[in-house]
Design a protein around this ligand. Structure first.
Ligand code: DX5
Ligand code: ZN
Length: 216
């Protein structure tokens, strides 16, 4: 059974805490927090002050996805807030080895995200340092997009690579995942499902969470 990390990007920010407590109660495993800087991706979301405002108000671990030009600059503050995981994009990491080690030495899980067009080979030498690899199933920047089918091939390839190398990292997928396509995504090898629109715009969040976690 995969884990579910609902993305608060699709939540109603006017009542963010209520929205979070709703998915927590429905059985979510983590909380996916999309930080966008308007440079690395063509959209701006929120940053440290918003994350800080929800610290201590939910028991869900914070799964922070940094879509920013300079991920290095956020690590200290996120460590201070006690987040569970930090995912950085390979495309904006000049010193990926250094950054992953820095995150890990702060006692935080360290993960790498790949845009749809980025090959898995970028992780050839750092895969063993990753607690999780996030395969983007859409181009990052916006919620509510359609899943790009070839990204599932990438999930399958990553799963083969993981087994071949005997590694333990989790495979996370993010973007355009809904009740209709989640089975395909799980079958391809995803361990952690991120979903924004499908969860927060659902009329029956409990049922949606159950189904996204592989229930039928
Ligand atoms: C996209 C973000 C996603 C987004 C997913 O750049 O990384 O986490 O919120 O939203 P949906 O599930 O609506 O595609
Ligand atoms: Zn995300």
């Amino acid at each position: 059974m995969p884990l579910l990390s609902p993305s608060i990007l699709a939540a109603d920010f006017a009542c963010l805490l209520e929205e979070i407590l709703k998915v927590e109660k429905a059985g979510a495993d983590m909380l996916h927090i999309d930080v966008m800087d308007g440079h690395f991706v063509p959209n701006l979301s929120f940053g440290i002050p918003v994350i800080q405002s929800i610290v201590g108000k939910t028991s869900l671990p914070f799964d922070v996805h940094l879509m920013v030009d300079n991920p290095d600059a956020y690590v200290n503050e996120l460590a201070r807030l006690g987040v569970y995981n930090i995912t950085v994009h390979a495309e904006s990491c000049i010193h990926m080895d250094r950054l992953l080690n820095r995150i890990k030495s702060a006692g935080i899980k360290a993960s790498v995200a790949l845009n749809p067009s980025t090959p898995l080979t970028v992780l050839d030498y750092t895969l063993a340092l990753c607690d999780m690899v996030l395969i983007m199933t859409v181009n990052p920047g916006f919620g509510g997009q359609k899943l790009i089918p070839y990204t599932l091939e990438k999930v399958r390839d990553l799963k083969v690579l993981k087994e071949k190398r005997g590694l333990e990292f989790l495979i996370q997928v993010d973007g355009g995942i809904d009740i209709q396509n989640v089975r395909k995504v799980i079958d391809a090898g995803a361990d952690v499902i991120v979903a924004g629109t499908c969860v927060f715009k659902s009329e029956n969040v409990e049922k949606t969470v159950y189904m996204l976690k592989g229930g039928v």
